[in-house]
Write a protein that binds this ligand. Sequence first.
Ligand code: PLP
Length: 373
Amino acid sequence: MIKFLDLHKQKNRIASRIDGAIKRVLNHGQFILGKEVLELEKKLKEFSNAKHCITCANGTDALVLALRALEIKENEIVFAPSFTYVSTVEAIKLINAKVCFVDVESDTYNICPSKLEDSINYIKKLGLKARAVIAVDLFGQPANYDELKKISRKEKLSLISDAAQSFGAKQKNRKVGELCEITTTSFFPAKPLGCYGDGGAVFTESTLVANKIKSLRSHGQGKDKYDNVRIGMNSRLDSIQAAILIEKLKIFDYEINIRNKIAKFYKDNLSEKIVCPEVKKENISVWAQFTIRVKNRKKLKENLNKNGIPTAIYYRNPNHTQRPYKNELFIPDSMNNTIRLSRAVLSLPMHPYLNLNEQKKIVKTLNDFYEKK
Ligand SMILES: *Cc1c(COP(=O)(O)O)cnc(C)c1O
């Protein structure tokens, strides 16, 4: 049976190592901030070349911690794409700031730098205070950080990379985690690097930000546990999840490689009637999703489903159209790509354990659907 994501095959491959890792934590009993957490932070830092890595409870908290470390105040503006998982913008509202949605590029699905500039001018005209930009590396491909950095430097905005879907990816041979002053990620099980529960991390080049986040994740801790210097949160990664991630990180490069091979197979073999995702030549994606654009999506999805091929729609409802975010800002009628994409995208099965016969069946079923009409 073809699975959209197959975590069982991955687990079977490393089952004994995972069991051993969990057992070691059960034996030493340091379930919170145990030595595995420190070891994982060190390994993630080495893997990504980031200066600091602070793990936390999930990817949404990672964003909240980053925004709080920047001390963004109530009603200040944070720019973010609308075409993303809801967490990106939820985090902005959780700190009581205001969202200004920005349209995405139609080919990479990532925030559009020139539309960001338009949005910054729009906010200035409204007399509001812009503070930060959250770029999302949607489906595994880094956003255009060269341009985004230029704009945010010029406008004195902080730039955060929401890399929940792209940890492990590269841009101009630099790793996600070192592309931006602050990068956040998620270890939710379905992400390219996932644990067996919730988990997340913040990467930063700034020692000041790193120290603030370490304090914030443990109730605003100062010198010790009972010295509290700010209002914090409870957002730590469990030692058991850290132990699992240490094992999964060992096979992560191999898995990224296979994901890229599968993406290449899809691209080389899918009919021209199907628009495949485009990865810019300076980028290497981790293919959190392989998301095509099609006409007749509803019928295609039904047909694939009938043939035992699961698919998913990320994202059907852009955030600027969802009820809790209706009062946030965006340039009127500027969300053309976002709306067009939300009506056309379809994500195909993508995981490192999808075998060649399964890939062939998926391609054939898709091509038959468009050629036989
Ligand atoms: C998954 C995801 C998050 C949130 O991660 P959680 O660990 O589920 O809180 C944030 N942003 C994006 C783009 C995501 O895909």
